[in-house]
Design a protein around this ligand. Structure first.
Ligand code: SAM
Length: 213
């Protein structure tokens, strides 16, 4: 991952943040050993940020779009209410199988993994979410935002990962389709007066949007 902050600062921040627990540490390791793009995993520092955000919100229902090997799902689930539930969607069978293995090691079955195309699955989800984490195919972020918006509680949050796309959003005219899509998503947030939003320059950029009550 090309970090937007220096490697030194990043290492320092990770060093002075709570460590990964044993399960997350092992999942991080196995993801690097067994998948082709381990770079997609949120990792230690971003994982701790997602966990902390979840503890602050104390959500009943969380939706994640883009499970990969389950790292961010486990982090986000940490702040769930005791009766709460996290639903995570991914279209990749192999990485979902790895996610399932690791999630099964958690004592409470509060994480449900759904296999399939997110655009097909989201419309049928029977929940009102306190927190949504968008982290799947970049060209569809705007669609996911639109599909999920009515299923977010007033005052609820929609997080989107990689919105700086290695900094390429600074020059969208000569950027690839993913960075263009991220720039367009950022513009969309800026023109939507139903939300408040802040772009955090953490790792590859996280947009936090809050649905106004
Ligand atoms: C960046 S990874 C997710 C990383 C994970 N959230 C984490 O932080 O560890 C993106 C995932 O989105 C999934 N994906 C891509 N297109 C999708 C689609 N149309 N529907 C569902 N999942 C999709 C990919 O299979 C991949 O596992």
């Amino acid at each position: 991952m090309h970090h937007l902050t220096s490697e030194e600062i990043n290492t320092y921040c990770a060093r002075f943040s709570s460590p990964e627990d044993d399960l997350l540490h092992e999942l991080n390791r196995q993801t690097h050993l067994r998948t082709e793009l381990p770079i997609m995993l949120s990792g230690h520092l971003q994982g701790r940020v997602l966990s902390m955000i979840s503890f602050m919100i104390k959500p009943q229902y969380i939706l994640e779009i883009g499970t990969f090997t389950g790292y961010s799902a486990l982090c986000l689930a940490e702040g769930l209410q005791p009766t709460g539930k996290l639903i995570s969607i991914d279209s990749n069978e192999e990485t979902t199988a790895l996610a399932k293995q690791f999630i099964a090691k958690k004592p409470n079955p509060t994480i449900e993994l759904l296999l399939g195309n997110a655009s097909d699955i989201i419309p049928d989800l029977p929940y009102q979410f306190d927190l949504v984490f968008i982290d799947a195919d970049k060209p569809n972020y705007e669609r996911y935002f639109d599909l999920v918006f009515d299923k977010v509680k007033p005052g609820g949050f929609i997080l989107a990962d990689n919105v700086l796309f290695h900094g390429d959003v600074l020059h969208p005219e000569r950027a690839g389709k993913n960075a263009k899509a991220m720039h367009s998503y950022n513009q969309k947030m800026t023109s939507d007066n139903r939300i408040e939003h802040v772009l955090l320059p953490l790792r590859d950029g996280i947009m936090i949007s809050r649905k106004k009550p």
